[in-house]
Design a protein around this ligand. Structure first.
Ligand SMILES: Cc1cc2nc3c(=O)[nH]c(=O)nc-3n(C[C@H](O)[C@H](O)[C@H](O)COP(=O)(O)OP(=O)(O)OC[C@H]3O[C@@H](n4cnc5c(N)ncnc54)[C@H](O)[C@@H]3O)c2cc1C
Length: 305
């Protein structure tokens, strides 16, 4: 529950760029989730700093979302303030060559930008849906290449320190599908990526090849959050789920995809509870079948029932 003074502080900081009791179904690719107490969409660093200051002053928790392609939001919603950086849309060429992108820039905008300028290096990420902020926090990638391989530096803003701080790649602690060690409550506002001059045809050919492979192997026509489980060392979560005979397992509107067993699709009206039930049944089934403990890649956000 948000107090009147907290609401006023957020309205003072953001005016029309804050909404209260905001449905999270529109902020996540699974199209699931109860309301956030407040959804803040700052348009600048001073506005972002003001939101963080209001949260600190009123004891409100803040949660950042990118495009929500890797999030499962609880049916009960999210306490405090959800911050979306979708209005952070700077995208520029920098020396190196390199590209500077603000946190709200989407995967497709980066791909278009690189194609227009014939910059190679980011092709691997063309089909990884999301924003620069989510990419960095997830160290998103495919088998051969991850964000850590192209990131030169990131910019963050932290509660209590409104000026953007730059962190060079040497000090970024990337791991499989995570970036560790940022200060508590840090918000990624920008990143710079290394690219190199190449041939537009070669870049387009690689992007098209990777997108075609995705279309052939992933259920892209239904709401999902991509891979639900992290791949265990030396194996694939999807292979283990399939081997345990769980493909097609359904609870309510949530179903283990028949196209790719590491995806859970919202096939119609799924709740977060449905998805969580499928996750637990997949973990139990794989544990029983081969003794492997599957860990979730999807981030669970929000109130626990
Ligand atoms: C069809 C499909 C295919 C996918 N394929 C892949 C794949 O091949 N490889 C892969 O790695 N992933 C894949 N994913 C997962 C997803 O695309 C990535 O995890 C992506 O990085 C999510 O970006 P996002 O902006 O949507 O982040 P979100 O899902 O919004 O957020 C992810 C996490 O980052 C945090 N966060 C987001 N932005 C910020 C910020 N600015 N500052 C601080 N914290 C922040 C959030 O709180 C959350 O914990 C796939 C998903 C789908 C739906």
């Amino acid at each position: 529950m948000m107090t009147e003074s907290a609401r006023s502080a957020l309205l003072n900081a953001l005016g029309e760029h804050v909404a209260f009791d905001a449905p999270m179904t529109r902020q996540t690719s699974l199209r699931i989730g109860g309301p956030a107490d407040a959804l803040a969409t700052p348009t600048s660093r001073p506005e972002l700093a003001a939101v963080l200051a209001a949260c600190q002053a009123h004891g409100l928790r803040h949660t950042v979302v990118g495009a929500g392609f890797n999030c499962l939001v609880a049916d009960e919603g999210i306490d405090g303030v959800v911050i979306s950086l979708k209005k952070f849309r700077g995208l520029e060429e920098r020396p190196g060559p390199s590209i500077y992108a603000e946190a709200g820039i989407s995967h497709s905008a980066i791909t278009r930008f690189c194609l227009d300028r014939a910059f190679s290096g980011m092709e691997f990420a063309a089909g990884i849906p999301g924003t620069v902020g989510g990419w960095i926090m997830m160290n998103a990638g495919i088998g051969v290449r991850e964000l850590k391989d192209v990131t030169l530096e990131i910019g963050i803003v932290t509660p209590g320190e409104p000026a953007e701080k730059r962190i060079p790649r040497e000090r970024l602690d990337f791991h499989y599908r995570e970036l560790r060690g940022l200060p508590a409550g840090a918000v990624v506002v920008s990143a710079r990526f290394a690219v190199e001059a190449s041939s537009r045809d070669a870049i387009k050919g690689e992007v098209d090849r990777l997108l075609a492979r995705r279309s052939a192997t992933q259920p892209l026509d239904v709401p999902s959050c991509g891979s639900v489980f992290r791949n265990p060392e030396g194996d694939f979560a999807g292979r283990l789920i399939e081997a345990a005979g769980l493909r097609g397992l359904r609870v309510g509107g949530a179903e283990i995809s028949r196209v790719h067993a590491n995806f859970i699709a919202n096939v119609g009206g799924a709740s977060a509870a449905d998805v969580l039930a499928v996750i637990e049944r997949a973990q139990a089934g794989v544990r029983e079948d081969c003794g492997v403990e599957l860990k979730t890649e999807v981030h669970l956000l929000g109130r626990t029932p």
